[in-house]
Design a protein around this ligand. Structure first.
Ligand SMILES: Cc1cc2nc3c(=O)[nH]c(=O)nc-3n(C[C@H](O)[C@H](O)[C@H](O)COP(=O)(O)OP(=O)(O)OC[C@H]3O[C@@H](n4cnc5c(N)ncnc54)[C@H](O)[C@@H]3O)c2cc1C
Length: 467
């Protein structure tokens, strides 16, 4: 954190580089930009990270502006926290050590759409919904379709390697990335080539996928796009146990049947497998036929398109609500949404297919002992990706929150101990920081060595990814 004189001079230099209107120092702005959708109620032990606010918000309008900001920050050793939509749920944009919030939202141009290359070149801060609308005009669509389409940005979703509704067929956001332009901590610009694959040296774009802004600032991305589907068919099946539905999903993947949407959900009112098939007509027909036959083979009852069509139409509602009630608002407003409500957490674990059901059983034992209830179990996009929405059974708010935190810790560690990962789509942020070294082992040393080489003054989102 710079001292007052240093900070004043930094603000003056930022103002010269970006213009007065793009450098925010008002306490109201510093507050609303400090952090994301993680509230202290879900931080479970990482609350200290909320103690600091950003010192200044810088709003670059171009790659050159980003270079100018990073050069100033590097020279003064000031932290820089890249900020996309601010919709992350792990606190990855929390300015744990103060510094500059680098708001990329002015960099919101769709630069080129190429229906021959099947790519779109966009600036970092393009909101997914705007990209979707621009592509639709040309009969195209993106492959990444999270709940947060109306509020999340291209570079934010790359930096968390998010997962969305179409990941069954198209994979996570990282799979959509063809090329990146990145500004490194010292202000140098690195670009990778816009081809899907390379054997000419290591693939450097992958260094920035899921890296939460610790290695540099993504300024442009070339991403894969797809034709709007010729055919789109929704289907649902009911199962009397989660295990049967899970085995149906595993069988589909073993066969090479890849529905666009794969969502097996168990809630109080039953177990439903939501499926969507998209693409060229004959492919959709064949995939649907085989997927539904696998469902019946494993005891599923076919429900027709109705339940999944309704679910699909509603899929962005939580983000629309967030946009109205929380996005861009001060922290007190964002956090007050949870005040007086029962604690909860959602966990998104990745495990080998062979371990998922065993993991679930072990979690059930842990939860039963801890007075924590799972209100929803799910498989999303692939059988390896398992989620749980959990709440405390009852009790005083404080005790139940503590109990919930301890239980979360236990089940995250269990996933790691069973050969899996503690999170498959939302990143690490401040919330899971303390468990990362446990998962990465020597990999953490590799990350540290890369960080030291690329960012020796540790200005890029310090305190994240254990750095
Ligand atoms: C209602 C709601 C629904 C959600 N649904 C989903 C969902 O379905 N699937 C899912 O995966 N997630 C979901 N999320 C979480 C969130 O939307 C994702 O994590 C998203 O990928 C974050 O994008 P963002 O633009 O808001 O990034 P931010 O929150 O602004 O930033 C996320 C991380 O990326 C870094 N970053 C941002 N821009 C850059 C850049 N230009 N260069 C380098 N680093 C950068 C930040 O420093 C931070 O570390 C949801 C969140 C909400 C609130």
């Amino acid at each position: 954190m710079p001292d007052t004189a240093l900070l004043d001079s930094l603000i003056e230099s930022l103002t010269q580089a970006l213009g007065q209107e793009n450098v925010l120092t008002d306490p109201y702005d510093l507050d609303r930009y400090s952090g994301d959708a993680l509230s202290p109620t879900r931080a479970f032990g990482a609350e200290d990270a909320f103690d600091r606010l950003a010192d200044v918000v810088a709003r670059p309008g171009s790659t050159e502006d980003v270079c100018a900001v990073l050069k100033l920050a590097n020279a003064s050793g000031t932290p820089v926290i890249p900020y996309g939509g601010g919709t992350g749920v792990m606190g990855a944009t929390v300015p744990a050590l103060g510094g500059i919030i680098l708001d990329l939202q002015r960099m919101n141009k769709v630069l080129a759409i190429d229906p021959t290359d099947m790519t779109a070149e966009v600036e970092a801060g393009v909101v997914l919904e705007d990209l979707e609308n621009a592509l639709a005009v040309q009969g195209l669509m993106p492959g990444h379709d999270p709940y947060s389409v109306p509020i999340a940005t291209v570079a934010g979703t790359i930096s968390t390697n998010g997962v969305g509704y179409r990941a069954g067929a198209h994979g996570p956001m990282g799979d959509q990335v063809v090329a990146l332009e990145v500004v490194l901590a010292d202000g140098r610009i690195m670009s990778t080539r816009a081809v899907p694959n390379q054997s000419s040296g290591p693939s450097l774009k992958h260094l920035f996928i899921g890296s939460e802004g610790v290695f540099g600032v993504i300024t442009k991305a070339t991403i894969r796009v797809f034709r709007l589907p010729e055919a789109q068919v929704f289907s649902a099946a009911a199962f009397d146990t989660f295990d049967k539905g899970f085995n149906a999903a595993a069988e589909m993947f073993a066969l090479g049947v890849r529905p666009t949407l794969v969502d097996l959900t168990e809630e109080d009112d039953g177990i439903t497998f939501h499926l969507l098939f998209e693409g060229f007509k004959e492919g959709v027909e064949a995939t649907e036929k085989r997927a539904l036959s696998v469902c019946t083979q494993f005891g599923g009852r076919l429900l027709g398109p109705g339940p999944t069509t309704a679910y699909w139409e509603d899929r962005r509602q939580s983000a629309e609500n967030y946009k109205v009630s929380a996005l861009g608002k001060p922290r007190s407003v964002r956090w007050s949404r949870w005040r007086g409500r029962r604690g909860f957490d959602y966990l998104h674990l990745g495990l080998p297919i062979s371990k998922v059901l065993e993991y679930r059983k072990k979690c059930d034992v842990i939860m039963a002992k801890s007075g924590v209830r799972v209100v929803e179990y799910a498989i999303w996009s692939r059988p390896e990706l398992f989620s749980m929405l959990i709440v405390p059974e009852s009790g005083a708010a404080d005790a139940s929150s503590e109990r919930l935190g301890e239980t979360v810790e236990q089940v995250l560690k269990l996933a790691q101990d069973m050969g899996g990962v503690m999170e498959y789509c939302h990143g690490v942020g401040v919330k899971l920081n303390h468990l990362l070294a446990r998962e990465m082992g020597v990999g953490q040393d590799v990350v540290r060595a890369l960080k030291l080489a690329l960012d020796p003054h540790n200005i890029m989102n310090p305190g994240k990814l254990g750095l």
